[in-house]
Ligand binder design. Structure first.
Ligand SMILES: [Zn+2]
Length: 428
């Protein structure tokens, strides 16, 4: 998928970035002002949301990711090579068996298929890890972002509101991620329970919430945090926003200190904003880890490690890929184990039925394993596939070849390795 800067949300999600304003409530005032600006409602339906949430490569691989990547490769091709190269590292190094098999182990003969202009493989294991797989994650999160944007768009169109809330907790270098994850994963549930919440829910017409768990790493260690959307009936206005902000702050502080941690930061601990576009909602909740910039981070390589010095887990993996630094690999393993089995995105009960009626939620594994269809151009048998995956960069390069010149080009590349393919093949 090709993403241009033009498709970035009008107002990029603010995430851990100090702004010029200070004081606990300055952002509420800012958000209240935004809420009153006319004509900024989320009339845009999903559309670009998936694109906006689409992550990709870190910039330093743009031209050096693989000997197979042409000099003039576009963003889509570059991303493919980066993701495949990252997954290639995980074939050897992942702590998770399914990730070690993803895209490597055949379930039968391997098919090379073309849908539209894009080639892909069928007949390979997919891990479906929304946390740890460079190939499955973007596929899953793009779908989630698209759904959430569509839900937010419909809700806005009916004259209602969506608010964004980020919750962070204090942490220090050396704190185990597994313990932090336990605290943060239960955090939002704690904030939206009890009588004060029920009162607020009624007063503001809150119909539901979506929460997403994210992890980055910086000089102060692991930084797990929550991004949440709150769906409200009508527009509760600035007074409602202040009441909501007050509730969030008080409950979050009590929860974090109750778990034995320092109180959350006055400014960064809780941030509430008004959502101004449907695509912003999707991107806010379902960002990929491969780049912090929503949109085309290949062109925004200056944003690597951002202003906060934080790395996303896939950036840590990338760094290991390039430097071989075992400390980065140890961080990656800690991350894989600590996030495993944690749900990344959670809709509150009933919200999905309200906003996306008739659409069943698919699991991460189902989304990752979904065959996008298309025409089978070639079949590579299991033995030949073993050769293909033994050559770094070749699995991605074969897809490029099919897109460039169809079966003849594919055969030409494979012939260099003494591998032959069978033309076409049954469509599953
Ligand atoms: Zn995978």
């Amino acid at each position: 998928m090709i993403v241009s800067d033009a498709r970035r949300p009008a107002q990029a999600p603010r995430r851990n970035s100090p702004s010029g304003t200070t004081g606990a409530f300055s952002h509420v005032r800012r958000a209240a002002a935004a809420a009153q600006r006319p004509g900024r409602a989320c009339e845009a339906e999903a559309g670009a949301a998936a694109a906006a949430a689409e992550g990709g490569a870190s910039r330093h691989y743009a031209k050096n990711v693989s000997a197979w990547l042409p000099e003039d490769a576009d963003t889509r091709l570059t991303r493919r090579h980066v993701r495949y190269a990252q997954r290639g590292i995980l074939w050897r190094e992942s702590a998770l068996e399914r990730v070690r098999k993803c895209g490597r182990v055949p379930t039968g003969d391997v098919q090379v298929k073309v849908a539209g202009d894009v080639a892909h493989y069928a007949g390979l294991v997919t891990c479906g890890s929304v946390w740890s797989c460079p190939v499955c994650q973007p596929k899953i999160l793009n779908r989630r972002a698209e759904e959430i944007s569509r839900a937010a768009g419909r809700w806005h169109k009916r004259g209602n509101s969506v608010w964004l809330t980020t919750l962070t907790m204090p942490h220090d270098a050396g704190m185990p991620l597994a313990s932090l994850m336990q605290v943060i994963a239960g955090g939002f549930r704690a904030v939206i329970s009890g009588r004060p919440w029920l009162r607020l829910k009624k007063a503001l017409g809150i119909v539901g919430t979506i929460r997403s768990l994210e992890v980055t790493h910086g000089v102060n260690g692991w930084h797990p945090h929550l991004h949440t959307l709150t769906f409200l009936t009508g527009d509760p206005g600035a007074a409602g926003l202040v009441a909501f902000d007050g509730h969030m702050r008080a409950k979050w502080r009590r929860y974090v200190t109750g778990a034995g941690y320092r109180p959350p930061d006055d400014y960064h601990g809780v941030k509430v904003d008004v959502c101004t576009s449907a695509e912003e909602a999707g991107a806010y909740i379902a960002k990929t880890d491969s780049g912090r910039a929503v949109g085309n981070e290949l062109a925004r390589g200056d944003l690597k490690q951002g202003s906060t010095g934080h790395r996303t887990p896939l950036e840590i993996l990338d760094d290991f890929r390039w430097t071989g630094d075992r400390a980065d690999l140890a961080l990656w393993h800690e991350y894989e184990r600590a996030t495993y089995r944690h749900q990344r995105i959670t809709w509150s009960k009933g919200l999905r039925a309200l906003l996306l009626p008739g659409e069943d939620e698919q699991t991460d594994e189902q989304i990752a394993a979904e065959d996008v269809g298309g025409e089978a151009v070639a079949v590579i048998d299991k033995q030949a596939w073993r050769t293909v995956v033994s050559v770094p960069g070749l699995p991605a390069a074969l897809l490029d070849a099919v897109e460039r010149g169809g079966l003849p080009e594919l055969k030409a590349v494979l012939a260099r390795y003494g591998v032959d393919v069978i033309e076409g093949g049954p469509s599953p």
